[in-house]
Design a protein around this ligand. Sequence first.
Ligand SMILES: *Cc1c(COP(=O)(O)O)cnc(C)c1O
Length: 497
Amino acid sequence: MSLNYQSTRDKKNQVTASQAILQGLAIDGGLYVPTELPILNLDFKKLAKMSYQDVAYLVMKEFLTDFTESELTHCIKSAYDHKFADEKIAPLRKVGKDYYLELFHGSTIAFKDMALSILPYLMTTAAKKNQVDQEIVILTATSGDTGKAAMAGFADVPGTKIIVFYPKNGVSPIQEKQMVTQAGKNTWVVGITGNFDDAQTNVKEMFNNQELKKVMANNGKQFSSANSINIGRLVPQIVYYVYAYAQLVASGEITVGDEINVSVPTGNFGNILAAYYAQQIGVPINKLVCASNENNVLADFLRSGTYNRNREFMVTSSPSMDILVSSNLERLLFHVANNDDKQTKALMDSLLAVGKYSITQEMSEGLTDFYGDFATEEEAAAELKQVFKQEEYTLDPHTAVAAAVYDQYREATGDKHPTVIVSTASPYKFPRAVVRALTGEVAESTDDFELVTQLAAISELEIPSAVSELVTAKVRHDIVVESTYMQETVESILKLS
Ligand SMILES: *Cc1c(COP(=O)(O)O)cnc(C)c1O
């Protein structure tokens, strides 16, 4: 069966999977979603014996139906190889009562590697299939992790260039060092004086700028996206939820058919949307717990039905979740509005015009499997410390938010379902916040690499090479601009005429 993708803002805009991956954002500014969700007859007894790569093929072929078997297996094999430090790719660890799905064993030690290690292969395959001979320019806004993972994937990939924008004062020093030391003749990294939302808004504006699109075409180029607005990011993320369930079956922790809960540290709503898709295609998921940090716009939305971004932007110790406009929520809204593009567009127009919108009672009823709450900085730090004390397991600050919110949920409801807590980064990516949570105090003057050494002593976890090699890595990128100059910066980098 072939599956097409339609825009959330105008259903008439339909494309194949490979075209959706190439375009990133639909021409009307909407996001591509499948015209219908495939039902996979998932045989978890069989899946329990399969490798991550085999599960990936089984899931992804149902969503990317215009890719041939050999194309897709090539993409999967090339992505999920020795770049991952764990041969299971996404190992599941039992810690106390819960299961941590470790998605940080890729080359940049955050969960973005799960999708961004395969996206360049999907994109270059898609370009070939569609006889695209223009150069593909990936524009990316990052809250810290996407940028590095996208560059690691696209560096020196022929026919592509990648430009990454990050909030100069909104990422951890390790995240920043990872980005500004990126090698590759086709990579650019630009700091902006605004926050992540500014970066994301301006990137989206460039995608929607028809004049700029013409200029790009005249210069033999077209834009695409490595952000989770690209369906090529989301589909690979569905895989690990199927795999996690299969692993629980394999280890005898559950029997086939038992329902589980998942708790996802959420920012742009991509990871948890993938969990929702996994549920829709047949993974027995009971609750989808959407965990936010002090930027608690989603928690408020899930409780009240009103999304309101008009609030102070908080810089927290889980910077990859410091977001007030969660792009992928648009896809969920479209689904719970029974694929009503006009209604979705009206909500998004309202968000743009007045920074808020309210959904109907009917739409709210489609959200009952979601539970939203948030953890304060203190609550997340206390959770990190407690899990370490009780279980000798070191969380990163994002995962700590998901664990803290899950504790609150369990307390409030008494829910006893087996629970997968999605673990999105290695603690070594955020040593300051982790050491502070574990020891109580960290002097401002202690440098991040000194903290890495301290963290190694406390946690007894091996320092990943992604961190140790940063100490001597050469800085290659040092541009910083005002967020209002992002387009000029792109024009100048690409020498557009
Ligand atoms: C990106 C990121 C998140 C948030 O994921 P979304 O898909 O944007 O909701 C959480 N934790 C870490 C470490 C991340 O890099």
